[in-house]
Each structure stands twice: as structure tokens, then as C-alpha cells.
Design a protein around this ligand. Structure first.
Ligand SMILES: C[S@@+](CC[C@H](N)C(=O)[O-])C[C@H]1O[C@@H](n2cnc3c(N)ncnc32)[C@H](O)[C@@H]1O
Length: 205
């Protein structure tokens, strides 16, 4: 697949076809509208599902970020499960952000002042807001390389509150152990769970 056609292109160059994904997550049913050119548009990715089922969600009002949101499953579950929190969802792919906006409207009726989807390169999507998050969540685009994910981890601490945390999922086959080893030297890292070939991590600085 040419790079411009990849799901993490800004403007994916593939014909636009619509799909619907319905999935029960943490005992609630969600409907997600998706389109071609967006990550895992036909079904919820298994790594995403493992992260959603095991991520730790603040009950108290918090500011949360779904980084690289795709069509929005992680951020939308956060917004539903933590109804007093403000949730940002960001992605470089404009089609993904369009889907995330639609899915916010479908799944989170009280979204207006607290759930926001923005397009941009990682933190550039929210850079003018001087935001610091209680927690950041991600199913990272590891096809872009482990090195670029580790570089991103170095930046994450600039956007977390002092006691904030970064939770993410990595497929064991995609180098979960190597990522653990690299991050262990820089921060406190815990493997929250290992399920179905995926590891969920919690990173604190
Ligand atoms: C593995 S997918 C996960 C998508 C979604 N969170 C999910 O779980 O279904 C990674 C996402 O990161 C996005 N992404 C890749 N590079 C990015 C960048 N530089 N800035 C923002 N998002 C990016 C991709 O477009 C893709 O939607």
C-alpha cells in the first residue's frame, strides 16, 4: 500500500465506503460509523478492545486524551464511563476525525461542552490550548516504527499533569518486551495485563 493510501495519511487516497461497527465494551453497546481509509474500519481492533477493557478510567472529573483516536472507540468509552470528564480525541487522519465527530454525537448525547475531536500531528492538534492531561490513552501506529513511538513517549510527559499517566497497548509480536525494556530506563512502567497476544502498559514519569 502506498504511504499516501495508508490509514495514517492526512488525506487517505482510497475510495470512500461506509461501514458500521457495533461492539459491547465494558457492558455497554456502542455503534461506530467508519469509512475506508481509517484504521480497522471493518471491526474493532483486538488491541483496542483489550486496552478499553483494562484501561483505568478516573471516576472524578478529569481531562483525558485519546491520542491517535481513529474513529474514536477509546475516547468515546472514556467519555461514557467518566461522564464528568473532558475528553479530547485527536488524529492526523482527517477521515478518522470526521468519523470520531459523528460517533461522539451518536454515542455521547451530552457531548457539547466536554468531548472534542481535533485533527493534527499528535500534540499539535491541541497545542494552542496549554492543556495538561490526567491521563492519555493510545493504541499506537506501530507500523510507523518502534523508534517513532519511543520518541513520542519522550514528549508525553510534557502533556501530563504531575501525577498523570499514559496507558497504551502493544501487540507482543510487535515488540512489547523491547518497548518495556526501553521505557523502564526512563520512567515507571507497569504491565497492566497480557491478553490475547496484547500487553497493556501504564507509564508514569
Ligand atoms: C493503531 S491506530 C488506532 C486508532 C484508534 N485509536 C483505535 O484504537 O481504533 C493509530 C492511529 O494513530 C493515528 N496516527 C498516526 N500517526 C499520527 C500522528 N502523527 N498524529 C496523530 N495521529 C496519528 C492513525 O491515523 C491511527 O488512527
Amino acid at each position: 500500500m502506498a504511504k499516501k493510501d495508508h490509514y495514517f495519511s492526512k488525506y487517505p487516497d482510497v475510495d470512500l465506503k461506509k461501514h458500521t461497527v457495533s461492539e459491547s465494551l465494558r457492558r455497554h453497546l456502542y455503534i461506530f460509523k467508519t469509512v475506508t481509509g481509517v484504521f480497522s474500519f471493518k471491526r474493532l481492533d483486538l488491541g483496542t478492545k483489550v486496552l478499553i477493557e483494562h484501561m483505568s478510567i478516573p471516576r472524578e472529573p478529569s481531562i483525558l486524551l485519546d491520542l491517535g483516536c481513529g474513529y474514536g472507540p477509546i475516547g468515546i468509552v472514556l467519555a461514557y464511563e467518566s461522564p464528568k470528564s473532558i475528553v479530547y480525541l485527536t488524529d492526523i487522519n482527517k477521515r478518522a476525525v470526521w468519523c470520531a465527530k459523528e460517533n461522539i454525537k451518536i454515542n455521547i448525547p451530552d457531548n457539547k461542552k466536554r468531548v472534542f475531536a481535533k485533527a493534527g500531528n499528535y500534540f499539535e492538534a491541541i497545542k494552542n490550548r496549554d492543556l495538561r492531561f490526567d491521563a492519555i490513552y493510545m493504541n499506537p501506529p506501530l507500523r510507523a516504527g518502534k523508534k517513532s513511538f519511543l520518541e513520542l513517549c519522550d514528549k508525553v510527559s510534557d502533556y501530563l499533569k504531575e501525577d498523570g499517566y499514559f496507558e497504551f497497548v502493544i501487540r507482543k509480536k510487535m515488540g512489547a518486551q523491547a518497548i518495556y525494556d526501553a521505557l523502564e530506563e526512563k520512567a515507571r512502567i507497569e504491565v497492566v495485563c497480557k491478553r490475547s497476544g496484547y500487553w497493556v502498559f501504564d507509564l508514569r514519569f
